[in-house]
Design a protein around this ligand. Structure first.
Ligand SMILES: NC(=O)C1=CN([C@@H]2O[C@H](COP(=O)(O)OP(=O)(O)OC[C@H]3O[C@@H](n4cnc5c(N)ncnc54)[C@H](OP(=O)(O)O)[C@@H]3O)[C@@H](O)[C@H]2O)C=CC1
Ligand SMILES: Nc1nc(=O)c2c([nH]1)NC[C@@H]1CN(c3ccc(C(=O)N[C@@H](CCC(=O)O)C(=O)O)cc3)C=[N+]21
Length: 343
């Protein structure tokens, strides 16, 4: 029995940290991990000449979008309805406008209809709440997203609370976050970046159960839900934030390291254990000698010498986050119409 267990572990370890990993095409992440199974943590065996594999988020996102496009097409043929996403965009922030453009284009690619409500920077809270309420009441809108951050004079809390929980495709409503945090409960939606992170780990065959995971950042939109979701997948999770002393001592323990900060080059090579799996969620627009470009939190050149798997920025978790938004929207529409592929 013990020998059998050891063999299973060796298979899992090899699968998790092999240098020849190619993504799996099996379906999307679910919360339903077996709660009654607890495997002892493995001791991964790292070879010194292991080559880092760069995670290809773009191709995973394309794969997910192709599956969704087929499903949306079936839905349209069967009930003559399409999933719909409503986006509220307040103000003129260049990055927010660009993200909304990316989301709108992704919707078009899979056949989701989208409507963007643009409000001026100086709009009142009541105007935003009215826009949320209108989308809550619109039958053809199944998912609502309020692009963040909002201008300081608006209460993010009040506005997110106003989104119908059943349309909360960002997964930011406190009811959905609470259900994500509590054992035995199921949120209707999981925040897209966190869901994207787990999806990448699954597709690259990274075993999460019993692994030491470190999440840098604890914000409501990325760090917090990611640490909750990793716990639901039975990782042992540590959270690092602004007030953490000697963060590198904690991150060096990680089998899986997720960075959700927004500070370029925060994570250096000496923060990493050899063979670690690194998911870099940071996305900061910088202007340097290479011109204007998006960069992550992890010093890529140093991490590539240490990690077994690494997400680049751009082209890592970002595109998968967008495809998770599409998944959540399609799931919302399926629930609203009580439609499944078989119906
Ligand atoms: N790729 C994707 O799909 C997505 C990427 N992002 C990106 O993720 C990044 C984080 O976004 P968001 O969570 O909204 O940002 P926030 O600014 O809301 O949160 C940043 C978090 O990082 C922590 N932090 C800040 N500085 C340090 C430091 N020096 N050491 C350790 N921890 C630190 C903060 O700690 P404290 O709590 O103590 O203040 C906070 O918890 C951004 O670059 C954003 O663009 C966001 C969503 C999706
Ligand atoms: N209500 C709300 N929901 C969000 O999910 C949300 C938000 N507000 N506010 C901002 C953050 C940030 N975020 C990103 C999503 C995709 C990429 C992404 O696709 N990045 C590309 C690069 C994009 C580019 O080049 O501009 C990549 O990494 O390849 C990045 C960041 C979602 N957020």
């Amino acid at each position: 029995m013990l020998e059998m267990r050891n063999i299973c572990w060796r298979i899992l370890c090899n699968r998790s940290f092999s240098s020849s990993v190619t993504p799996n095409c099996f379906p999307l992440v679910s919360l339903d991990r077996p709660h009654d199974i607890w495997h002892p943590p493995p001791t991964p065996h790292y070879s010194t000449h292991q080559k880092t594999v760069e995670i290809d988020g773009k191709s995973i996102a394309n794969d997910i979008k192709a599956t969704l496009a087929t499903e949306v097409n079936h839905m349209k043929n069967s009930i003559k309805k399409a999933p719909g996403l409503g986006v509220i965009l307040v103000g003129e922030r260049k990055d927010s406008r660009s993200f909304v453009r990316i989301k709108k284009k992704a919707c078009e690619e899979v056949g989701i209809t989208s409507v963007v409500v643009n409000l001026p920077e100086n709009c009142t809270e009541t105007e935003v709440l009215d826009a949320v309420s209108a989308l809550n009441n619109q039958e053809s809108v199944h998912g609502i997203l309020v692009q963040l951050p909002l201008p300081c004079h608006l209460s993010e809390q009040k506005i997110i609370n106003a989104v119908n929980v059943e349309k909360d495709v960002d997964g930011f409503h406190p009811v959905n976050v609470g259900n994500l945090a509590m054992t035995g409960r199921e949120p209707l939606f999981i925040p897209c970046a966190s869901r994207g992170c787990i999806e990448l780990l699954h597709r690259y065959g990274v075993e999460i159960i019993g692994k030491k995971a470190v999440v840098i950042g604890r914000s409501n939109i990325t760090g917090l839900p990611t640490s909750l979701l990793l716990q639901r997948h039975h990782a042992t999770v540590s959270v690092v934030h602004k007030f953490t002393k000697n963060p590198e001592e904690i991150t060096r323990e990680a089998d899986i390291l997720v960075s959700d900060v927004g500070v370029p080059n925060l994570v250096r090579g000496h923060w990493l254990k050899p063979g670690v799996v690194v998911i870099d969620m940071g996305s900061t627009l910088v202007t340097d000698s290479k011109g204007s470009h998006v960069t992550g939190d992890v010093c890529y050149e140093e991490a590539i010498a240490k990690a077994s798997l690494l997400t680049p920025v751009p082209g890592g978790v970002g595109p998968v986050t967008i495809s998770m938004l599409l998944c959540n929207t399609v799931e919302a529409a399926k629930r609203a119409y009580q439609w499944t592929e078989k119906s």
